[in-house]
Design a protein around this ligand. Sequence first.
Ligand SMILES: C[S@@+](CC[C@H](N)C(=O)[O-])C[C@H]1O[C@@H](n2cnc3c(N)ncnc32)[C@H](O)[C@@H]1O
Length: 304
Amino acid sequence: MTCIGEASMPFDYARYLAAKTTVDDRALNRHVLGELRRLMPAGAPQVLEVGAGLGTMAARLMDWGAVTTGEYILLDADRQLLDCSRRWLRDWAAARGLRSELLPDGLQVGDLRVRLVHAELGRYLEATHRTPADVLIANAVLDLVDVPAVLPGLLRLLVPGGVYWFTINYDGESIFAPGHPHDDQIMRAYHRDMDERVRYGRPAGESRAGRHLFHHLRAAGAPALAAGPSDWVVSAGPDGHYPGDEAYFLRSILDTIQDALRNRQDQVDPADLAGWLAERSRQLAAGELVYIAHQLDFAGRSPG
Ligand SMILES: C[S@@+](CC[C@H](N)C(=O)[O-])C[C@H]1O[C@@H](n2cnc3c(N)ncnc32)[C@H](O)[C@@H]1O
C-alpha cells in the first residue's frame, strides 16, 4: 500500500506528516506541555485527537511518557491517512520493541488502545457522542477550521473540566532566510489564501488563528491556563544536511505555497512566483534555506 493521503496536496502527504515529526518535537512548547501533564487525569485516560493524521502525536506522547495507557482515538477526515496510520504506528512500535496488534477498528500499542475514527470534524460535532473524552488534542489543525464555529462543540466532547491541548496553531508569520525581494508579496498572498479557504463546504481556517485563540477560548468559557510559542525552526546542520527527512518537509512547504498561489495571478505575478520558488529550491538543495513559522500552543480545561 502506498501512503499518500490528503488528495488535494501536490506531494506525498503521509511522508510530509512523518517528516514534520522532528520539527514538531523541537517546536512544542515545554511549559504548555508541563501544564498538560499537571492537568492530566490519573489512571487510564480517554484521549481524543482531532485531525490526527498519521498518529505521530500518539507515538510522541507514548515516547515522552505522557500517555501510556487507556484509549486514544485518532479522528481524521482523510481515510487513506488513517489507513496509513496503522502501518506507521506498527513500524514505530516495532522500532522500539513495543508489542502491537492490529484490531478491527484500530490497534493495540503496548498498553494503549488506539481507535481510528474516520469523520469530518464539523459532521462529527453534529452527531451525538456518549463517551466524553478526558483529554482533547488538536495539533496543527485549529488553523484549518472555523474556530469560533467549532470550538464550543469541540469542548463539549470533553468531560466537564476535561483537559485540552491545542498545539502548533499558525500565527501569521513565516520567515524564509536569506531574504528575497518577493517575500512580503508572496506571504501576504499566501495568508490571504489561508483566510479565504473553504474545505468540506465550510470556511477552513485563518492565518492568525494562534493569537485569536486567546479570545476564542475565553469566549467559550475555557480560557487558556498556559500558552506559549511553538515556532517551527528548520535549518541545515554544519554538514549542509537537514535533520531526518526535513528537506522533504521544506519541499512540501514550498509546494504548498506554489499550489495555493498558482491561481492568484491577481496578487502575485506568475514570473515573480516562479523566480522566488526557483531561488528557494536552489537554497534548499544547497542547504542554505532557513524556515521559521510562528505558532502558539495552549492548554486548559473545558467549562466545569
Ligand atoms: C496539518 S495536518 C496535521 C496532522 C497531525 N495532527 C499532525 O500534526 O501530524 C491536518 C490534519 O487535519 C485533518 N483535517 C483537516 N480538516 C479536517 C476536518 N474538517 N475534519 C477532520 N479532519 C480534518 C487533515 O486530514 C490532516 O490529517
